[in-house]
Design a protein. Structure first.
Length: 398
């Protein structure tokens, strides 16, 4: 478990977005306790939050035998974070001035640790001095505000007051939740997905990598307590709650690595980087009516070598996708040639495994002589098993 979060849901039309936030927090490994205002419960049902979080969604201060929940003072001793989404003008004012007249405001008065507020309201209400003064008071006490954005509001007006993107709110929450788990203390960079090298204005040279394995490693590393930065190819789906920067070409990925490898204690270089790229990109669009085209290719710089030679040097895990008959020999050769600490090798010729599918199997060797064989399994499960197997070496290196 990553941490305990109390999710307060205010009675604004943006309450339905809190469902997405709840899902993202749970997906990131948090234990989530929802508390809804009475008005919020008219817009989205408590049962929805209960199903998503596995916890009683509280609306009333009064408990019953069928669903006793946790007392607010007991919960305040356990919780690492209170996030209120949406934080209405009414809630902001009441919490700022210590009003405790329902389950959420009573809990807020008892809460002891970090607070994140995600306001959402009509522009006029947002700009009123009373709202801004109450918000400033809460910020002076340490509350973190994810400000609303300009956009179309529920009443049809356009202006400031729309709830910030859920991904931004989620990232802010996770930054204030303690990272607990066997990988606590590690800073992990993961690369994922294929590079796309431009041939002309519309065509690219790429490969079949889906990026699933890299994303699974990033997600599981975060769930196991590491701080994670994911460098993902354009088009690779990334679940909410993961920090992500995007690349398209090998050159763009090299730039991102230069920025983020110095921060990392561990790098999983799972991206499928093209071995070659066109020497020159054609101007405009190549036209087949003009006849055959000859394309000259040049080698792409070896990004893995650059990672392994960085100063300070992280623990480096590289990836080798090979035919089954050559898996061990080529993985060992790659491990030595790249100067890496471990190699994750998987077959490309076994049905249902590898690229573009949801399952994989792997052999992992380390420079120190370690070796693990992992049976075919869904990529998220495999990622977790690999991370736990390597955890001792990674923590010792860090």
């Amino acid at each position: 478990m990553r941490g305990r979060v109390v999710l307060g849901v205010g009675g604004g039309i943006a309450a339905f977005r809190a469902v997405e936030l709840a899902r993202g927090l749970v997906h990131a490994g948090c234990e989530v306790h929802p508390i809804l205002t009475c008005a919020a419960s008219k817009l989205v049902t408590p049962r929805t939050f209960a199903v998503l979080t596995g916890q009683r969604a509280q609306v009333s201060l009064w408990r019953d035998r069928e669903s006793p929940g946790i007392d607010h003072t007991e919960l305040s001793r356990m919780a690492d974070l209170l996030v209120i989404c949406p934080a209405t003008a009414n809630l902001i004012a009441k919490i700022a001035h210590g009003v405790a007249d329902d389950a959420l405001t009573t809990y807020a008065l008892a809460h002891r640790r970090a607070v994140v507020l995600a306001p959402s309201m009509n522009t006029v209400m947002w700009e009123k001095a009373a709202t801004q003064e109450a918000l400033g008071l809460l910020q002076s006490r340490g509350a973190v505000v994810v400000p609303p954005v300009f956009g179309l509001l529920a009443d049809g007006e356009v202006g400031m007051g729309k709830l910030a993107p859920v991904e931004e709110i989620l990232a802010t929450c996770l930054a204030h939740v303690p990272k607990v788990g066997p990988l606590s203390g590690l800073r992990v960079v993961v690369t994922a997905g294929p590079t796309r090298e431009p041939l002309d204005a519309v065509r690219v040279i790429t490969n079949r990598s889906s990026g699933r394995m890299g994303v699974a490693l990033a997600l599981q590393a975060q769930r196991l307590g590491a701080e994670v930065r994911l460098l993902a190819a354009t088009g690779v789906p990334v679940p909410p709650g993961l920090w992500v920067a995007r690349f398209e070409s090998a050159e763009e990925l090299a730039t991102l690595l230069g920025q983020h490898v110095p921060w990392a204690t561990v790098v999983f270089h799972a991206a499928a980087v093209a071995d070659f790229r066109p020497t020159q990109r054609a101007t405009g669009k190549l036209d087949r009516r003009e006849g055959p085209v000859t394309v000259e290719l040049e080698p792409v710089p070896d990004l893995a070598l650059g990672i392994a030679s960085a100063t300070p040097r992280p623990y480096v895990v590289i990836f080798a996708a090979e035919e089954s008959k050559n898996l061990a020999s080529r993985a060992h050769a790659k491990l030595m040639a790249k100067g890496a600490d471990a190699v994750f090798a998987n077959p490309i010729d076994e049905p249902g495994l590898g690229m573009e599918v949801e399952a994989n199997r792997a052999e992992v060797w380390t420079k120190s002589g370690g070796h693990w064989s992992f049976a075919p399994s869904p990529k998220e499960q495999l990622a977790r098993e690999v991370l736990l197997a390597l955890s001792g070496e990674m923590l010792a290196f860090a």
